[in-house]
Ligand binder design. Sequence first.
Ligand code: NAD
Ligand code: MG
Length: 386
Amino acid sequence: MKKRIAILGSTGSIGTQTLDVIRQHSDLFTAEILTAHSNADLLIGQALEFLPNAVVVTDTDQYEKVKTALQKQDIKVYAGEDSLEQIVESDEIDMVVTAIVGFAGLRSTLNAIRHKKAIALANKETLVVAGDIIMKNAKENGVPVFPVDSEHSAIFQCMAGEYHNPVEKIILTGSGGPFRGKSREYLANVTKAEALKHPNWVMGNKITIDSATLMNKGLEVIEAKWLFDLRPEQIEVIIHPQSVIHSMVQFADSSIKAQLGLPDMRLPIAYALGYPYRLKTSFPRFDFTNGANFTFEQPDTKIFRNLALAYEALKQGGNMPCIINAANEIAVEAFLNDKIGFLKIAACIEQCMLTAAFIKKPTLDDYFQSDRETRIICKEIIKKQQ
Ligand code: NAD
Ligand code: MG
């Protein structure tokens, strides 16, 4: 029987690459649910190719367009945020790929877990915000959460077969982004176009900016805490500009395992979809005879403040990671809209951490409230700076 997949955010970078994996392995997988926010044209094209059971467009203005384009097909068309949350309850799916960006993916991810759908998790912000609730629900419902993020997939792959062996620490690698080695003076004047030019990966805009500020690595530290049940001091970050070693695990006997490969998100996506089997792929292979040179350096958290702020949020716990996530989403959006400079992103987040109400043991409702509150505070901070 083919594995029936729902892709939440099918029109994005991870979504389209997931469809590519499904296209290349149509004997193993079918895409049964596709969702998009506003890119109706791409969603329609995907639906006509993959003929899913249903599609959801969350931007209700796009409903008529999608409905009309698909009316000759046997495809259900829904619109709005509530539909996104409800569609994951469908009996037509076995696994949900969470490829929505940001807090917007939280409700649907949680509902999918509560309805016992296996999760392939790309939407790291959901774990940053509410990792305790997500993982608790996954455990209670016996739902596996397979990492899609390349670093976490690497760690997951390194842990295969190590069930009884405690992890001493994990080493998350990061490329360092386009501004590795630059000074604060330089960073004060970088443009959006420069920040969007990632050296090794082509990704959605938000995560590309997060990679340039190192917030992406900070979010990944928190993501790793929840996925692998680690303490903050067990999670190390090292800059590895070549992006070939995707992360490492160190065990009690001092042995370190690493997972390597050329940077291509279709590899961790295929591992999550096919687990426990490795799929045969035609992706380019890494060549050790090609003069390859692996280098490593410490991340500079004085210049790239966001990574230090994420560690701080993780140590404080409670809703602090939720606060940094919301502040970061607003600050990155403001940077992309030319409202604030690059260094102001971290400054906004730091101010939100000091201002937003801290809750030691938040409920799910608290996370929603804290997300709303922080967004308002961050927008005020940005307005004052203009
Ligand atoms: P993207 O911007 O390319 O795509 C986002 C998708 O989410 C789109 O399909 C969009 O329609 C949908 N979406 C956006 N806002 C929405 C909303 N409010 N409601 C419903 N749907 C919405 O993003 P991406 O780069 O594919 O990243 C997706 C997630 O995967 C992020 O959490 C990111 O951190 C994570 N991730 C991405 C990569 C990568 O290579 N792109 C790697 C690792 C992890
Ligand atoms: Mg990553």
